[in-house]
Design a protein around this ligand. Structure first.
Ligand code: TXA
Ligand code: MG
Length: 312
């Protein structure tokens, strides 16, 4: 095995953390069954300890040492693992996810990512890895190794550069409740895909309950330092405009396109790196073009609304 692999495994065996790319975003990983490692993750990110982490596994066998799975959960796993898909399920007592990783909840979020380096590390350790997105808490997620470095330089011992992330937006998170699938966080596995795979209704948390069911889905999140304004169709010099499709003549400031051809997959893959690129220039505002709210567009708009929400 190569040096990067050995170094990663060595660090994780001694309660350290390592940032590694997945197909969604980069994660900051530590052993889910090791409270010291998990504490280091919270500390490096500046993340509040009430916000639980996802346990990343190498397959269903390992997942069954972390949580309980019913029929619908197994069908979802069959359809969407490995991939950008996370299941919140009842946590196994004395399972492989520590109390700290789960913020003391009796549920646990579990994901098998389609990420070859990460998966081989998990297989080698024979233990799940707790992993939030590898960014400063509340900030824009990182979709390449440079972005991880910008946010967490000096705070973590190792970043494995697995290249830019293909998907660019965090995994879909669901929980099965009474034969229905609750979407806690939209992602590239869409509501339609879920409905087609398991044939049961899909629903969203109502606004009042959302904070209780998904502790980390704060209103302000994924946020750049500059103010973000959505559904913009024009801009002024000093502002930066993120277009979807071709850039209009009404755009006077610097402009970048999330997808010149108006493709939602490409826009998702470019979203965080362009938000970071715009933000690094300290513009008066970052303006974003309207994004169609269909399919993957729902996940993009979810992240954009949070990026634009007033920061506390
Ligand atoms: O694509 C992804 O999911 C990335 C990669 C690294 O896997 N991870 C990621 O982790 O986005 P994080 O921590 O940034 O977001 C996980 C979300 C948080 O909002 C957290 O509150 C929620 O999952 N979560 C974790 N455990 C939960 C639970 N038991 N119940 C409800 N929500 C949970
Ligand atoms: Mg995150």
């Amino acid at each position: 095995m190569d040096t990067a692999f050995d170094e990663t495994v060595g660090l994780l065996r001694t309660s350290q953390t390592v940032a590694i790319g997945t197909e969604t975003v980069y994660g900051l990983f530590g052993r889910a069954d090791d409270p010291d490692a998990v504490a280091r993750i919270f500390e490096a990110k500046g993340r509040p300890a009430f916000n639980p982490l996802i346990a990343h596994v190498s397959g269903l066998d390992m997942a069954e040492r972390v949580g309980h799975f019913g029929r619908i959960e197994r069908e979802l796993i069959e359809a969407f693992w490995p991939g950008p898909f996370t299941l919140v399920t009842e946590r196994l007592e004395n399972g492989l996810a520590s109390d700290l990783a789960c913020a003391g909840l009796d549920t646990v979020a579990i994901r098998h990512a389609a990420a070859p380096f990460l998966s081989s590390v998990i297989r080698e350790l024979e233990a799940p890895l707790a992993g939030p997105s590898a960014n400063r808490s509340g900030h824009v997620s990182a979709t390449n190794a440079d972005a991880v470095q910008t946010d967490l330089d000096g705070l973590i011992p190792l970043i494995i550069d697995t290249g830019p992330c293909d998907e660019g937006i965090e995994s879909t998170i669901v929980r099965v409740i009474e034969e229905r699938v609750l979407i806690l966080r939209p992602g590239s596995i869409t509501a339609d895909m879920i409905e087609n795979a398991v044939g049961c209704p899909v629903f969203y948390p109502d606004a009042e309950d959302a904070s209780i069911i998904a502790p980390g889905q704060m209103t302000s999140h994924y946020a750049p330092n500059s103010d973000v304004i959505l559904n913009a169709t024009s801009s002024e010099p000093g502002e930066i405009y993120l277009a979807f499709g071709a850039t209009k003549k009404t755009v006077k400031g610097t402009a970048y396109s999330l997808s010149p051809s108006g493709d939602l997959r490409e826009a998702a893959a470019n979203l965080y790196s362009l938000l970071r690129k715009a933000d690094s220039q300290n513009p008066v505002h970052i303006l974003v073009a309207p994004i169609p709210d269909i399919g993957l567009g729902a996940a993009i708009n979810d992240r954009l609304r949070r990026a634009a929400a007033p920061q506390r």
